[in-house]
Design a protein. Structure first.
Length: 349
């Protein structure tokens, strides 16, 4: 084991995520180990607690706790290779790729990264199967919740990872989600501006944490509350029982879309955390389950993503097909993908 290290961030290293910077310097570290060091306060930047996703700046001082010796790690048996069925699954999820970027249509139920309660099977742990002849594994640029499906970008080089991360930070990307929700929001197009504050979970690692909506006027007085904004539009409806909505997260808070729709009284179908049986909805019942032949899985899908390509500078727009459980729901409810505009918020649609 090494001792505590205090490392200054070099000028050319500024702007990187802490976890990526750390794993470049200490190849033996896993994402789960980095997350744990952040969670327990052992890993600090300029003396303050941080998250794995915190961006470090040139000149900052990073406190790194004692780490396993690389030689000791080498004495351990090599980790098992990715099972063949998982390799096939993640490769089949590739929606689009070029020499710089890979876009996945992430299946529901697969976490983006490891962490509390996520287990060992996640996109970040399967990227070795997505190298396609490159020397390095592709890097996640953003994340989706475990049960949310749809478009997820990976960068094939550090340079592209930094460029795309900056694009997400500056909100020059455009993400449109599709969701089935209980009831029909009124008005049929609008904006939700409730803030969000985290309520801790009951597990040792914070499992089960939940975001609580805060009225805009109460945000300044609520400790830990962050402003959050979501645009929504109703694309189709089944009477007053359920509706097909397009959602655009203007900000990118944890569970933002799920918490905002539940706060409106229209929880996303299949959302047990934010739309359980105790959640009143403005359809004709309680909770986010429609019953009958409708799946109990979460009906939230990252349908499209537009971004400026860091190299070609051209605008790239990707569209991801619905996962099986949502496609069956659409068929059951008589909703058709080709009957709605790609971007219902665009003025020329």
């Amino acid at each position: 084991m090494s001792g505590v290290q205090l490392i200054h961030v070099d000028r050319e290293e500024g702007g990187q995520r802490l976890d990526r910077w750390l794993k470049k310097r200490f190849a033996q570290l896993t994402q789960g180990a980095v997350e744990k060091m952040c969670r327990t306060g052992q890993l600090r930047v300029d003396g303050g607690r941080v998250k794995a996703s915190t961006r470090i700046e040139a000149g900052q001082e990073v406190r790194v706790p004692p780490l396993p010796d690389v030689r000791a790690m080498a004495d351990k048996p090599p980790a098992a290779r990715i099972p063949e069925n998982d390799q096939k699954m993640i490769q089949q999820a590739v929606l689009w790729k070029d020499e710089h970027i890979i876009a996945l249509n992430k299946p529901p139920g697969l976490p983006s990264q490891g962490g509390s309660g996520q287990g060992n099977r996640h996109v970040d742990g399967l990227t070795e199967a997505l190298m396609f002849g490159y020397k390095d594994r592709p890097k996640l640029v953003h994340r989706l919740d475990k049960d949310t499906s749809g478009i997820l970008l990976l960068a094939r080089t550090d340079r592209i990872a930094r460029a795309l991360s900056e694009a997400f930070r500056l909100r020059s990307t455009r993400k449109i989600y599709w969701a089935a929700v209980a009831g029909v929001p009124v008005p049929r197009m609008g904006t939700v501006r409730y803030g969000l504050v985290k309520a801790g979970g009951h597990g040792r690692g914070g499992e089960g944490e939940k975001m609580i909506a805060v009225h805009p006027r109460d945000i300044p007085a609520t400790e830990g509350a962050k402003r959050a904004t979501t645009d929504y539009a109703v694309l189709d409806a089944l009477g007053t029982r359920a509706s097909w909505c397009a959602l655009v997260p203007i900000t990118g808070r944890t569970h933002q879309l799920r918490a905002h729709m539940a706060e409106l009284g229209h929880p996303i179908v299949g959302d047990g955390k934010y739309g359980g049986s105790g959640q009143e909805n403005l359809g004709d019942g309680w909770g986010a389950q429609l019953g009958g032949e409708i799946s109990r899985k979460l009906h939230l899908h990252a349908r499209s993503l537009s971004f400026d390509h860091p190299i070609t500078k051209r605008r790239v727009t990707l569209t991801a097909p619905l996962p099986d459980h949502m496609r069956r729901t659409w068929d059951t409810l008589g909703w058709h993908e080709n009957d709605v505009p790609a971007d219902p918020f665009a003025e020329d649609e």
